[in-house]
Design a protein around this ligand. Structure first.
Ligand SMILES: NC(=O)c1ccc[n+]([C@@H]2O[C@H](COP(=O)([O-])OP(=O)(O)OC[C@H]3O[C@@H](n4cnc5c(N)ncnc54)[C@H](O)[C@@H]3O)[C@@H](O)[C@H]2O)c1
Ligand SMILES: [Fe+2]
Length: 359
């Protein structure tokens, strides 16, 4: 038995932001990444929205905290919008989702991602940080009604953001593909998203803006897939490490993903399937999986991403000092519940051991 639903309408294409006019919104609060305050995008959105009143909330920071979302919730309650538009990466979208959710108001949620990675524009997740721990909230009402994927917003993406967010796509797709909640439909989305990201991330990283719309759509597809299937221990550890060391979420996934595949050997038939879908076959499953892990390591290198936490600037001594807290936080993350093998302390510690590095 398989059930699949995605309530998010997805409009994808260059110039898609102009479709906002068909919302006929009256009062709109735009929750925007501060990066956009000095660009011409807010003015374009104002024109596209054609609303009676548009206000901007520019206070989003990477990895939004519970305190920031409470401040934003007060802004929502004061302005009483009928529509909240999230403009930015996963952090802006998660902050906007939490603001709308905690306001208790009947709000239409629209997401305009400006990075290609989190998939938050089409997921039922919002990740909030509290006291150094990242907590994923999971609720159907966090799923935006509309996602606008406009390739025009991606032309000025810095290389490091393409790389970091790109590995978030790969981690979402790979974890979704092997998750206990996966079905034929979510696997098909995850497989296509994985292959697209693998093929198009290098040209996008090296400056080819023509392929970015495809990578953008892959991010959304991986988001739709994991909303259905759940994620796994890669994300549980990325949340635990991100809360402690404040490294970009996708960069942590890049460090973790090959080691997680190593730890999840029971899922090898599915990883082999994923590898073959991406043209990385091998006669035996074990060979296909080895090719898959090597392809991820090669891509990580090409995108100038670190292979260990030490290379990412976290001294191994710091990891050792926080070992128990990281392990505990990862094991209590809800993403563990859908990992193909139920993670235990030994598994999490063996992954952590592999990614700590020297220095
Ligand atoms: N809700 C979900 O389903 C979900 C899934 C995965 C990750 N996440 C969360 O998303 C966050 C990561 O999101 P992200 O990778 O999109 O990064 P981000 O939103 O944290 O943004 C990173 C940086 O990129 C800048 N930026 C954004 N768009 C830009 C653009 N077009 N040009 C130049 N700079 C730009 C921002 O100002 C910020 O400094 C993490 O907090 C992670 O936990 C959420
Ligand atoms: Fe993620």
């Amino acid at each position: 038995m398989e059930s699949f639903s995605c309530k998010t309408e997805i409009i994808s294409g260059v110039g898609a932001i102009w479709e906002l006019s068909r919302l006929h919104a009256k009062r709109v609060l735009v929750v925007a990444d501060p990066y956009f305050e000095k660009t011409d995008l807010p003015e374009k959105l104002r024109k596209a929205l054609q609303a009676e009143a548009v206000e901007f909330f520019y206070r989003v920071q990477p990895d939004p905290t519970v305190e920031l979302s409470a401040e934003g919730t007060a802004a929502v309650q004061a302005f009483q919008p009928d529509t909240v538009v999230a403009l930015g990466g996963g952090s802006a979208m998660d902050c906007a989702k939490a603001m709308a959710y905690f306001s208790g108001l009947p709000i239409r949620l629209v997401a305009i991602p400006t990075t290609s990675g989190s998939g938050s524009e089409a997921t039922n997740f919002a990740v909030l940080t509290h006291n150094g721990v990242k907590h994923p909230l999971i609720d159907p009402s966090l799923q935006p009604e509309l996602a606008i994927l406009d390739g025009n917003l991606l032309n000025s993406l810095p290389k490091s953001l393409i790389a970091d967010a790109g590995f978030d796509i790969l981690a979402h797709a790979a974890e979704s593909f092997v998750a206990t909640g996966a079905g034929a439909i979510s696997r098909s989305l995850a497989r296509d998203a994985f292959t697209t990201a693998l093929v198009y991330l290098p040209p996008s990283f090296h400056g080819d803006t023509r392929v970015r719309q495809q990578v953008h759509l892959a991010a959304t597809m991986a988001g739709v897939a994991f909303s259905q299937s759940g994620l796994g221990v890669c994300h549980a550890l990325a949340h635990a490490l991100g809360g402690q060391f404040h490294l970009p979420h996708g960069r942590l996934n890049a460090i973790l993903l090959p080691a997680v595949m190593e730890a999840n050997q029971e899922a090898n038939p599915h990883y082999a399937d994923l590898a073959r879908g991406a043209g990385l076959g091998g006669t035996a499953d074990s060979m296909a999986v080895r090719n898959l892990k090597n392809a991820l390591r090669r891509l990580r290198k090409e995108l100038q991403l670190p292979a260990t936490l030490a290379q990412a600037g976290v001294p191994s001594q710091k990891v050792r000092e926080n070992w128990a807290a990281i392990t505990q936080s990862a094991l209590s993350d809800p993403c563990c519940a859908t990992n193909p093998v139920r993670p235990d302390k030994q598994m999490v510690e063996s992954i952590l051991e592999q990614v700590t590095g020297v220095g």
